[in-house]
Design a binder for this molecule. Structure first.
Ligand code: ZN
Length: 317
């Protein structure tokens, strides 16, 4: 083989010579939005390739990431975006809760240098309860991936203050979505990363939730000092403001009230869903409310009111 032929074969084996271009921003599985100095929300794209929202905070001496998306590929794209913006080390990833659409990329963040921080209950739930979460939609590949998810390195059931140099970040324990929920508060930028404690114009997943606790917590979100100036980053849906927080809380309260009314009228199961759905849609015409989502919500709300709702149980260490 001539040298020229050898070079050609080598180039072909490497996949061709023109691979040095970085992907265009539109190729990302999320949209990066700056919401404060060094504070970014990574909002899931219209095709839902990331599975959820995430974000990060660049401090004086390192980076803290909030959530890790569903797929390692999306998490890898997030790491690449951080690397484009700063050479500082990625020191932490905080999981807002155990659901795989927020923890699925944790290993990528750990490989990039991050310590995984989560609520104490996440350690015992992340590999087991995620199997239940997917129910009949689970595939053997997904099951294997969930069973291999990394366990958090640092867990808490109390509020936690982290410092990125002079930048203060408060990780707060809150009640409502799973029983193991954290929010991430960046006081100097007036940003609250809410995880799935907040959804914007899409129905929340109530599978592990307590609407009673959830409405109380979202009332607290709307009451923080200078709330009108805050960016609230939801787990699903676009960057939100305090009106969106109040809108979300109103949605939960409407769902609760409509299901209470339906139960009083003796409705159950499909009849209850048929009764509640059009009323809920009429009250929230700018929301995207799928049949599947609202059916599940009515069922879970009915179970909560009946006292039969099953929620993940905290396990001993
Ligand atoms: Zn969730």
């Amino acid at each position: 083989m001539t040298l020229r032929a050898l070079v050609l074969v080598t180039l072909l084996l490497l996949g061709g010579p023109a691979l040095s271009q970085s992907p265009s921003p539109s190729a990302l599985p999320f949209v990066l939005k700056q919401v404060g100095p060094g504070v970014f929300a990574a909002i899931d794209g219209p095709e839902h390739k990331s599975g959820s929202n995430a974000g990060f905070v660049i401090g004086d001496d390192g980076v803290l990431v909030i959530d890790a998306f569903f797929t390692p590929d999306a998490a890898q794209a997030l790491v690449a975006e951080i690397r484009r913006l700063t050479p500082m080390p990625i020191r932490y990833v905080v999981n807002t809760h155990y659901h795989a659409d927020h923890t699925g990329g944790d290993q990528v963040l750990r490989d990039a240098g991050a310590i995984i921080i989560a609520h104490r209950n996440v350690r015992s739930w992340v590999r087991i309860n995620n199997i239940n979460l997917f129910g009949d939609r689970i595939t053997p590949e997904l099951k294997a991936r969930i069973e291999a998810l990394p366990l958090p390195d640092l867990v808490t059931d109390k509020d936690l203050t982290l410092w990125l140099g002079s930048r203060k970040i408060v990780v707060q324990t809150v009640l409502g979505h799973t029983g193991g929920d954290l929010t991430i508060f960046v006081p100097d930028a007036k940003v609250l990363f809410c995880g799935d404690m907040l959804w914007r114009k899409v129905p929340p997943n109530l599978i592990d939730g307590s609407v009673k606790h959830w409405t109380a917590t979202t009332a607290d979100f709307a009451r923080i000092p200078s709330a009108a100036q805050f960016h609230y980053i939801p787990g699903h849906g676009d960057v939100a403001d305090v009106h969106d927080v109040e809108d979300f809380r109103a949605y939960l309260l409407d769902l609760q009230r409509l299901v209470i009314d339906g139960r009083k009228a003796g409705l159950k199961d499909d009849a209850l869903v048929q009764n509640v759905t059009p009323k809920l849609r009429a009250l929230h015409p700018d929301w995207t409310i799928s049949d599947r989502a609202v059916t599940a919500e009515v069922r879970y709300m009915d179970q909560e009111l009946a006292g039969t709702k099953r929620r993940p149980v905290p396990q001993p260490d």
